[in-house]
Design a protein around this ligand. Structure first.
Ligand code: SAH
Ligand code: SF4
Length: 377
């Protein structure tokens, strides 16, 4: 299979052009077609010589992830299922801007993107790990989720066919100004591709999404957290903690055996010192597993040591798993107990519960439906 051109950073594209005997300014022209106009055909790149368009077509692919389906939730969260060139299915979740945080209705949105097909880490509560790991996503497949979602939003907004036309030169709508790598997969296990994808998403010559508006979520790959701390751009980091002691964490996250809490905290410390940036601790509340009030003592100690903010997320049920979210009273008591211990904590409001928005759930259902394991509804 040919490499997708959206996996290339500007440097690599310039090198390729040089090898083809092309002037450097062609890189700017191509990048503008790719990320400003979001064209889907080489022929649409009107200011390039025909011979160059032909060479590009011989060397690279240009496809975006193919749209399979979208599901909407009552709170206007949208979940997309995409099909990749090899038939693999991945998901992205579009989350509307919070009007309160933006001082009024805002068209800008957050997209939750996937970084792998499936996941090898097998956290017991998570749908993404249920069917194992299939492969890494390429940089182009990460970037493509954003472009394909924006194209869908364009189409929805205009309801006209202009943006469907591969030869359309209309600039793409800039809808998405926040990214979270909280979809399917473990982003730091796909480190090299992740960094290339981030370069395209962040650069002015690419998608231009500010590094401070890009959050990478990890289940706790300590060495890669340290490596990320040494990279120049200021991306945000979220740690999926879910257990404040090794005993609790080990039960639900196998990765804790490889990198126990001490090691994870050491890596987060390094990140915080090196970056001058605090990490966020994500904590899913699961009934009877990690929601006992006495656990707030060790959670508060960890948060204070890292000067980290804690995000409490009520568990989303996954078909075939027997985990439940605690009652609202229990969620609130847990949150209050942390506040009383001086922790900066938020309890996340419902987002997309009714569309199986937790990572991996929609793909899992689609694959099970395709294999006849559950009836389609
Ligand atoms: N692998 C990375 C990023 C993807 S998971 C990580 O684990 O951080 C993104 C977030 O979704 C994680 O915090 C994960 O624990 C959470 N998550 C997974 N399944 C969930 C579920 N059923 N309900 C709520 N959150 C879930
Ligand atoms: Fe993988 Fe993250 Fe799901 Fe764990 S929570 S199985 S690391 S996607």
């Amino acid at each position: 299979m040919k490499q997708n051109i959206r996996s290339l950073t500007r440097d690599t594209l310039e090198r390729w052009l040089k090898d083809m005997g092309q002037p450097r300014f062609r890189a700017d022209q191509i990048l503008k077609w790719l990320y400003h106009h979001s064209v889907r055909s080489w022929d649409a790149m009107g200011n390039l010589p025909r011979s160059l368009r032909e060479s590009l077509a011989t060397s690279f692919d240009l496809d975006l992830p193919g749209f399979v389906e979208v599901r909407g939730a009552a709170d206007s969260t949208r979940k997309f299922l995409w099909k990749l060139a090899d038939g693999a299915l991945i998901e992205s979740v579009l989350i509307p801007a919070n009007p309160a945080a933006h001082g009024g209705a805002s068209a800008r949105k957050t997209l939750c993107v996937s970084s792998q097909v499936g996941c090898a880490y097998g956290c017991r509560f998570c749908a993404s790990g249920l069917e194992g790991w299939k492969r890494h996503l390429t940089p182009a497949e990460m970037v493509g989720q954003v472009l394909a979602t924006e194209a869908w939003l364009d189409r929805e907004a205009t309801e006209a066919s202009a943006s469907d036309d591969p030869n359309s030169n209309r600039p793409r709508g800039r809808w998405i100004d926040n990214l979270v790598f909280m979809g399917m997969g473990e982003p730091l296990a796909n480190y090299e591709n992740l960094l290339k994808g981030l370069a395209v998403l962040n650069a002015d010559w690419g998608m231009g999404i500010g590094a401070r508006r890009i959050t990478i979520s990890t289940s706790g790959l300590a060495p890669q957290i340290q490596q990320l701390a040494d990279e120049p751009p200021q991306f945000r980091l979220a740690i999926s903690l879910h257990g404040p002691t090794d005993e609790v964490r080990e039960k639900i996250m196998p990765i804790n055996r490889r990198y126990p809490l001490d090691r994870l905290v050491e890596a987060c410390d390094y990140y915080t010192r090196k970056r001058g940036k605090r990490v966020t601790l994500e904590y899913i509340l699961i009934e009877g597993v990690n929601d006992e009030i006495h656990l707030t003592e060790s959670l508060a100690a960890l948060a204070q040591r890292l000067r980290a903010k804690v995000n409490l997320i009520p568990y989303n049920r996954v078909d075939g798993l027997s985990w439940h979210r605690p009652s609202e009273t229990q969620q609130e008591s847990f949150c209050r107990a942390l506040k009383e211990r001086g922790v900066n904590v938020t309890l996340r409001r419902e987002k997309g519960h009714d569309i199986e928005a937790a990572c991996g759930q929609l793909r899992l259902r689609a694959e099970r439906e395709a294999s006849g394991a559950v009836p389609a509804n």
